[in-house]
Design a protein around this ligand. Sequence first.
Ligand code: ADP
Ligand code: MG
Length: 262
Amino acid sequence: MSTSGTPPAALIDLADVRKSYNMGLSNEAEVLHGITLQVARGEFLALIGPSGSGKSTLLNIVGLLERMTSGSYHIGGTAVNALDDKALTLLRRDTLGFVFQFHHLLPAFSALENVTMPGLIREGHVSRQQRERARELLAAVGLANAMDKRPSELSGGMQQRVAIARALVFDPPLVLADEPTGNLDTASSDEVFVELRRMHKERGTSFIIVTHDPRLAARCDRLVELVDGKIARDEATARTAPDPGSPVPAPTDTPADRPDGH
Ligand code: ADP
Ligand code: MG
């Protein structure tokens, strides 16, 4: 898409982005005060900061779920401000995957059906190809043996791994995760984090991960800290440990072993 000679556009390019809530009312409040941030393709970035500092608001703007009040935002070189809601929806669909603190899996459906759901919604049916892709993704996050299980039959960590597979089903260049381990104990957090890191490494997907957990933040490549709606810190992490994608053993990662005979 880029003209030869010009460097490729940053995946995410925010310039002086501001966001106010309750515009024109007595309780009008600006919660993002001029955010300038660029994220390149393939980054694995932690967004940290105190509660109420604006992390979710920023992620929702980056995710095209909320509009900014002023400033500019380009995603893959496309100016977001000029787009109408329909164009935003299409851009979101083709560019972004989401993982939230609460997995939002549909309880009546199996893990596999939950991962094929975005395709069903988009196309009106699930093609064989999409089903295969969903199976591959579930196997990739260590759930080869759990595809037919409903969310209630899975642990919290496994539910989040289904949500990761679902976020990747259209192979978006960027996945946004808002406290994806916020509901989990330490062991399950690690399990989910390892899968995010693995997907980054294996597929080259970029990740922006909001986390409260300094241990996990330190295992990302770049740390952006928001304080009171401003970027207070933006630095490469000094990761001394080896890539956490490899040394931690993956739980139930045995796709060849299907004791249920399916
Ligand atoms: P964080 O995710 O860092 O905890 P948020 O982005 O959720 O922070 O919130 C930042 C600030 O914006 C908070 O003061 C919050 O109360 C306020 N806020 C968030 N969403 C809304 C909204 N829909 N209406 C009014 N204020 C909001
Ligand atoms: Mg939040």
